[in-house]
Design a protein. Structure first.
Length: 578
C-alpha cells in the first residue's frame, strides 16, 4: 500500500516500515519513565492506605530509572538513523529515479510542461516527500501503533476507563477527515502560488539583459512583486485555516480529559475502581493526549505531502518511449515513408517521403517553419511520428529504444549546451571511458586544441554555466569534438554554422569536414552556399517535400530552391548606408 502510494522502490519501502517501527519503539520507550513515576508515586502514597513504604522498592525504581534513561537514548538514536538518514537516502534515490524517468520521456512532454514546474517536481516536491519520510509518516505511524497497543492494554485492565479516554480520538480525527477537501483545496492554491512565483522569478532572471537594455525594470519587477505578494497572502491564509482546523480537533481530543475524570470518579464512588488505579489512568491519559497531539499537528503536513506525491504520480503516468535495446543495425540508410507529425493536433510534417543514402550527405532546406529541424529530430526519435514510418537500415526506429538508437547517431545543434564542468569532461561526454589521448585527438580534429592550449588550466578549465566563459565558435567546436569522439555512423547537423562570424565559420567547416567523412549525414542550413556540394538536397515548404535533387539541377529547374538561392545572393550584396 505505502509502496504504491508513495512511489517507493523495494528498498525504500522496507526502510520506511523499519522507520515506523523505530518511531513506535521510541514512543513506547517514553512510556517507561511514566510507569516508573507512577509506581514511585503509588509507593510513596502507601501510608495513606495504612501500609509502610517499601524503601527497597524505591531504590530499585531509582536504579531502574537510570537504565530507562540509557534505553531511551539508545532507542532514539536508532530511530534517528532509521528516519532521518533513511529519509535523505530515499529522497536522493527518488530524485535520481525521477531524473532517469524524465530522460526517457519524449520531448513532447517538455513542450507542454514549463521548466520551472519540472524543477519543482524534482526539488520542492521531492523535498516535501523527504520531510514526510523523516518526520511525518514514521511519527504518525508510530503514534498510531503505540495508541493501539496502549488502548488494548488499558481495555483489558478496565474497559470503561479505556473507553472514556479514547472515545474523543475518533471524534477528533473524524473532524479532520471531514475537512480534508478544505485542506486539499487550500493546499493546491498554495502549491500553484509557489509555482507562479518561481516562474516569474525564472522569467525575470532569464530576461535580465532585455530588462536592463530596455528599462523594463518597473513593469517586470511589478509582476514579480505581485507573484510573491500573492504567495504571501496564500501562505498566510493556508496557515490560518490549517491552524484553526487543527486547534478545533485538539480541543475535541482534550474533551476526553474531563470525561475520563467524570467516569473515573463514578467508578471510584461505586467502588468499581480503586483510587490508586484511578490515579494511574489519569497519569496515562495525560501521556496519551500529549502523544496524540503529534499526529493531529502532522495531519495537515501529511495531506500537503500527498498533494506533492500526486504531482509526482502525474509525471510517472506519462508513457516513456519503448523499444528494444538489443537490436543491431548493419547499414545506415535512412528512409522516411509517408511520415506525418504534429504538435498539439496541428500537423507540421505532411506525408513526407524521401531516402537518405548511407555514406552520403543529404541537405534539408526551406523557409523558416517548413519542418527541417523537426524532421532531423524525428530521425533521432525525440518524438514519435503520427503516421508513416522512419527506418534506419530497414528497421523501424519505433522498435529501437531511444537511448540505444543514439549509439548510432551524433547530433550537432545550433544552440550548443555545455555543462558547468571542465572542457575535458564536456568533450568526454561523447564516449564513456574515453582515454585522455582520445579526447585530445578529437579536440585537435575539431580545431579546438589550439585555443584550449592557451587557457590557464588547458583541458581542466571550467567553462561556466552553459559555457559562458567561451565564445560561440569555441563552444561549437567543443560540441563537434564530442561528436568526433563518439564516431557515430549517422551525423545530424542542425544549423551548426548559422550564427558564426566568417573566421569561426571557416574553422568549424574544417572541423565538420573531419566529422562527416564516410558518414550518413543530414545537414540543415539556411546558407545555401554551404550545402551546394551535398549529394542530395530535399526542399521543404509547409511540411511537404516540394523539390529534391542535386544543387546544380535544382538551380536549372527553378522553383523554391532557385528562388531562395537568388534571394541569398541578393542579400550578400546588401550594405548598411546612412
Amino acid at each position: 500500500m505505502l509502496k504504491k502510494v508513495l512511489i517507493l522502490t523495494d528498498r525504500s519501502d522496507k526502510e520506511l516500515k523499519k522507520s515506523i517501527l523505530a518511531s513506535f519503539l521510541a514512543q513506547l520507550s517514553l512510556s517507561l519513565p511514566v510507569m516508573i513515576l507512577m509506581m514511585t508515586f503509588m509507593e510513596i502514597l502507601q501510608p495513606f492506605w495504612g501500609k509502610e513504604v517499601g524503601w527497597w522498592k524505591l531504590w530499585v525504581l531509582a536504579f531502574s530509572s537510570i537504565a530507562v534513561v540509557a534505553l531511551v537514548f539508545v532507542v532514539h538514536r536508532y530511530e534517528y538513523g532509521k528516519t532521518y538518514v533513511t529519509a535523505y537516502e530515499a529522497a536522493e534515490e527518488k530524485r535520481t529515479t525521477l531524473a532517469e524517468y524524465l530522460r526517457k520521456l519524449p520531448l513532447s512532454y517538455f513542450g507542454k510542461k514549463d521548466l520551472t514546474e519540472i524543477t519543482i517536481n524534482m526539488m520542492s516536491d521531492c523535498g516535501t516527500i523527504e520531510q514526510s519520510f523523516s518526520s511525518i509518516i514514521p511519527a504518525f505511524g508510530g503514534t498510531m501503533l503505540n495508541l493501539l497497543l496502549t488502548c488494548t492494554l488499558l481495555a483489558v485492565f478496565e474497559w470503561r476507563m479505556a473507553l472514556a479516554i479514547f472515545i474523543s480520538v475518533p471524534v477528533s480525527f473524524g473532524f479532520l477527515l471531514l475537512c480534508r477537501k478544505t485542506h486539499d483545496y487550500i493546499g493546491k492554491m498554495h502549491l500553484q502560488s509557489k509555482l507562479d512565483a518561481s516562474e516569474q522569478m525564472q522569467e525575470y532572471l532569464e530576461g535580465i539583459k532585455v530588462i536592463k537594455a530596455f528599462g523594463l525594470g518597473g513593469d517586470k519587477f511589478k509582476s514579480l512583486e505581485n507573484a510573491y505578494r500573492n504567495l504571501m497572502k496564500i501562505s498566510t491564509k493556508t496557515e490560518t485555516v490549517n491552524g484553526a482546523l487543527t486547534t478545533v480537533s485538539m480541543m475535541m481530543l482534550r474533551f476526553g480529559i474531563p470525561l475520563t475524570i467524570f467516569a473515573g470518579l463514578n467508578l471510584v464512588v461505586s467502588e468499581s475502581l480503586a483510587l490508586p488505579y484511578f490515579l494511574m489512568f489519569l497519569i496515562f491519559s495525560s501521556r496519551i493526549y500529549s502523544s496524540l497531539s503529534t499526529p493531529l499537528a502532522l495531519w495537515r503536513d501529511l495531506l500537503y505531502a500527498m498533494l506533492s506525491i500526486r504531482r509526482l504520480h502525474s509525471v510517472y503516468e506519462e508513457k516513456t518511449m519503448g523499444g528494444s535495446d538489443t537490436l543491431t543495425l548493419t547499414h545506415y540508410t535512412i528512409e522516411l515513408d509517408n511520415v506525418s507529425f504534429g504538435y498539439q493536433n496541428k500537423l507540421v510534417i505532411k506525408d513526407v517521403s524521401f531516402c537518405i543514402p548511407q555514406g552520403k550527405v543529404t541537405a534539408l532546406v526551406g523557409p523558416s517553419g517548413s519542418g527541417k529541424s523537426t524532421i532531423s529530430k524525428l530521425i533521432a526519435r525525440f518524438w514519435d511520428i503520427n503516421a508513416g514510418s522512419i527506418r534506419i537500415g530497414g528497421t523501424d526506429i519505433r522498435d529501437i529504444d531511444p537511448e540505444h538508437l543514439f549509439t548510432w547517431i551524433s547530433f550537432v545543434f545550433q544552440d550548443v549546451v555545455l555543462f558547468n564542468d571542465t572542457i575535458y569532461n564536456n568533450i568526454a561526454i561523447g564516449k564513456a571511458g574515453a582515454s585522455k589521448e582520445e579526447v585530445e585527438e578529437a579536440a585537435r580534429r575539431a580545431n579546438c586544441h589550439e585555443f584550449v592550449s592557451r587557457l590557464p588550466d588547458r583541458y581542466d578549465t571550467l567553462v561556466g554555466e552553459n559555457g559562458n566563459t567561451l565564445s560561440g565558435g569555441e563552444r561549437q567546436r567543443i560540441s563537434i569534438a564530442r561528436a568526433l569522439l563518439k564516431d557515430a555512423p549517422i551525423i545530424l547537423l542542425d544549423e551548426a554554422t548559422a550564427s558564426l562570424d566568417p573566421e569561426n565559420e571557416l574553422e568549424i567547416q574544417g572541423a565538420l569536414s573531419q566529422l562527416i567523412k564516410n558518414k550518413t549525414v543530414v545537414v540543415i542550413a539556411h546558407r545555401l552556399r554551404t550545402i551546394a556540394g551535398a549529394d542530395n538536397i530535399v526542399v521543404l515548404e509547409n511540411g511537404k517535400v516540394v523539390q529534391q535533387g542535386a544543387g546544380a539541377e535544382l538551380l536549372k529547374t527553378g522553383g523554391l530552391y532557385a528562388r531562395l538561392f537568388g534571394i541569398q545572393q541578393d542579400n550578400a550584396e546588401w550594405s548598411l548606408e546612412s
